[in-house]
Structures are given as structure tokens and as C-alpha cells.
Write a protein that binds this ligand. Sequence first.
Ligand SMILES: N[C@@H](CCC(=O)N[C@@H](CS)C(=O)NCC(=O)O)C(=O)O
Length: 222
Amino acid sequence: MAGKPILHYFNGRGRMECIRWLLAAAGVEFEEKFIEKPEDLDKLKNDGSLMFQQVPMVEIDGMKLVQTRAILNYIATKYNLYGKDMKERALIDMYSEGVADLGEMIMHLPLSPPAEKDAKLTLIREKTTNRYLPAFENVLKSHGQDYLMGNKLSRADIHLVELLYYVEELDPSLLANFPLLKALKARVSNLPAVKKFLQPGSQRKPPTDEKKIEEARKAFKF
Ligand SMILES: N[C@@H](CCC(=O)N[C@@H](CS)C(=O)NCC(=O)O)C(=O)O
């Protein structure tokens, strides 16, 4: 039997958190090896583990996979969270990319210079309430079923619910006008595997604060 996947990244959210969420939602246990100092990353680079000298990297099924989207695609396919045919997969990709666009804006916010933060936060609020959340609310409204793809959970729901937690951390009132998204968040959060991941002490990472940014700067030398 294959061992647990091993996740290589620093001990924070960054680009790995969506991978942690997807594995956890699929009920897959994983190990983590944290990059804490430049030498840890250099070691992986020098032993040929990183195709593009970058992490996230996930050791899974005898492969050393890099590139966040490639890793997510593999996990989603393996655990049947990627639709039943090409058309469903295209929609799931479209939803997942929309989530990623807003997610990247939120992920980069703590890294932005103090003088730019307010303007960036205003832009995030505007895009959240006027562009992204209405689009996803409308998908749910259009078919009246439990998940974005109808009656079956897919990776798009997992990515979206992860995003909704981040939106809520920024400002809970941003979700106020989206009852179907709030219901989706509750529904997915109550799936046993997700519920476990949401408990304190799981491998879910806390919000990115100054200390985490310092850790990331140290590990990745930026
Ligand atoms: N397109 C890549 C980008 C990966 C990336 O930018 N990784 C950063 C950490 S978040 C990194 O490894 N930086 C170190 C370096 O580039 O030397 C992905 O999505 O995985």
C-alpha cells in the first residue's frame, strides 16, 4: 500500500493550503516536511526534487509533483472530485480558476506594503461582493441543488468553501447577501472529513500574520 503523501512547504498557508484542504476533504492523511530555512529549500533544489526549483512539492504515488494546479488536478482526479465527464470538468476548472483569482488577491494582501494595503483591501471587498460571490451564488440558484456541480461534491466546492473562510476572516459581513453560499459553507463544513480538518489541532494553518511572513521570508529569501 502506498504511504501517505508528503507535503513540502513552509509552515503556513501560502500556495499549499488549498492542497491541504483538498487532501483533507478527500479523507487522505498526509505528512508535512516544513521548509524553515534557506538550506532546507536548497537541499530539495540540489537533490533534484524540484523541477522548477520551487515548492509546493508533494510526494505522492512515487512522484514528486510540483506546480500547485497540477497537484490539485491529480488529487481531484484520484479521489473522484473532478466531475463525471469533460464538460463537468471544464465547469469545475472554470469555477476553480475564479476561486483562485480572488484567493490570490487575498493571499498576497499581507505581503503588500502598508501604504498600499487599504487600497488593496477596498479592491478585494469590491471584487468579492460585486464579482465573485454573486457569480457563485447564481450557479447555486440556477439549479437549486446542494453543490456547484449539482448533487455531487467536487473540488470546486472545497476550493470555494476554503475561500469563504478567508473572506469571512477579512469581514464576515461580506457574506451577508449570499444565503446559498452560506448554506454551502455550512454543508461542506459538516462533511465528516472537513469537520475534522476544521477542528483545532488539525494540519490547517492559521491566518498569515507578521510572524508567518517573517518565517516565509526567511525560508524563501524574499
Ligand atoms: N506556479 C508555481 C509557483 C510556485 C512558487 O512561486 N513557489 C514559491 C513559494 S510560494 C517558491 O518556491 N519560491 C522559491 C523560489 O522561487 O526560489 C506553483 O503554483 O506551484
